[in-house]
Design a protein around this ligand. Structure first.
Ligand code: PAD
Ligand code: ZN
Length: 375
């Protein structure tokens, strides 16, 4: 391509300060170095995890270009890149898969030791950034930074997908859908005939519901304080929905009563300590499995009586639905193309990068599930 090896000037949404709107402006994107890939982002979704950075719940260095749920086309590659080439359709991976570390070599677990989630550096693997704006270096987010017309990622953070994939939908495989679906089928390993409860019916929570249904759960209870989310939840598989605001009792007690001693599988898909506690308490004390999917507020702790686990409960969590990203994303994409998995119910709004602040306002107001911005 004519741009290969050159700096690209393009539009990106820069977050300069916490709790401030994005500033959509011109940035310079340097060419990829060795083992890096420059991608033209075609479509990117708005996820609550991006908002967690804006409000300080999830720590990341500023200024930064956020965005981690996207699909695009390879523009150029650095020396040594073998798994993708210019023109390939790709999905950036916020959980990389280096294939060298202890986690990547282990059959279970997907949090590759090269991840930038815990104690984020905000750089690529070599410790530097490829973005500048107004003469200042701008940080990367989770090695992806998709709120930009072009981004640079490490080869371990990108995977080639089927050339027929519709990018404006398939971007949801980059985070929300895979995270929720995998939390049910891969992390919890939901069993046929089981009872499940899902706290939080946003894009990720609805994807948990879809996973529970496809695993054969017979009862799927959705819990949300926003009743506007109930219709969609039922459309994708929830058998009933309740709001904690309708009860005087703690919601875990309501759920324990509804299910005769607690559910088989519970999922927290909000990111709050009180609902994480409720999710643990409402699963059966002898065999219940509780999965944390929501990103908890930075530097806050839970304390609980270990007796809750001694009785037999399992308490676990995972990022990206437990999927080893480079291995499993292409398969998820193929399942969408084959219509075994459906993303359409999750996409409520189509927008553009210029309207990114409005997109986040809609998420915060509970009016959207997923807004997909096309570039
Ligand atoms: P969302 O904001 O679309 O959905 C959250 C839902 O929770 C909304 O429908 C709210 O109404 C509901 N809610 C809020 N407070 C309460 C409450 N007190 N009781 C009941 N319901 C409530 O977010 P999302 O679906 O994009 O993301 C959900 C969480 O998952 C969020 O914490 C995000 O950071 C996390 C996430 N984790 C991963 C991962 O890899 N583990 C990936 C992507 C997102
Ligand atoms: Zn996300």
């Amino acid at each position: 391509m004519a741009t290969a090896g050159k700096v690209i000037k393009c539009k990106a949404a820069v977050l300069w300060e916490l709790n401030k709107p994005f500033s959509v402006e011109e940035v310079e994107v340097a060419p990829p170095k060795a083992n890096e890939v420059r991608v033209k982002i075609v479509a990117t979704g708005i996820c609550r995890s991006d908002d967690h950075v804006i409000n300080g719940s999830l720590l990341a260095p500023l200024p930064i270009i956020l965005g981690h749920e996207a699909a695009g086309i390879v523009e150029s590659v650095g020396e040594g890149v073998t798994s993708v080439k210019p023109g390939d359709k790709v999905i950036p991976l916020f959980t990389p898969q280096c294939r060298q570390c202890k986690v990547c070599k282990h059959p279970n677990g997907n949090l590759c030791s090269q991840n930038d989630l815990n104690g984020s550096k905000g750089t690529l693997k070599d410790g530097t950034t490829r973005f500048t704006c107004r003469g200042k270096p701008i940080h990367h987010f989770l090695g992806t930074s998709t709120f930009s017309e072009y981004t640079v990622v490490d080869e371990m953070s990108i995977v080639k997908i089927d050339s027929s994939a519709p990018l404006e939908k398939i971007c949801l495989i980059g985070c929300g859908f895979s995270t929720g679906y995998g939390s049910a089928v891969k992390v919890a390993k939901v069993t046929p005939g089981s009872t499940c409860v899902v706290f939080g019916l946003g894009g990720v929570g609805l994807s948990v519901v879809i996973g529970c249904k496809s695993a054969g759960a017979s009862r799927i209870i959705g819990v949300d304080i926003n009743k506007d989310k109930f219709a969609k939840a039922k459309e994708v598989g929830a058998t009933e929905c309740i709001s904690p605001l309708d009860y005087k009792k703690p919601i875990q007690d309501v759920l324990i009563e509804m299910t005769q001693n607690g559910v088989d599988f519970s999922f927290e898909v909000i990111g709050r300590l009180d609902t994480m506690t409720a999710a643990l308490l409402c699963c059966n004390d002898a065999f219940g499995v509780c999965v944390i999917v929501g990103v908890p507020p930075n530097a806050q702790n839970l304390s609980f009586n270990p007796m809750l686990l001694l009785t037999g409960r399992t308490w676990k969590g995972a990022v990206f639905g437990g999927f080893k990203s480079k291995d499993e994303v292409p398969k998820l994409v193929s399942d969408v193309i084959a219509q075994k998995l459906k993303l359409d119910p999750l996409i409520t709004h189509a927008s553009s990068l210029d309207k990114i602040n409005e997109g986040f306002d809609m998420l915060r107001a509970g009016k959207s599930i997923r807004t997909v911005m096309t570039m």
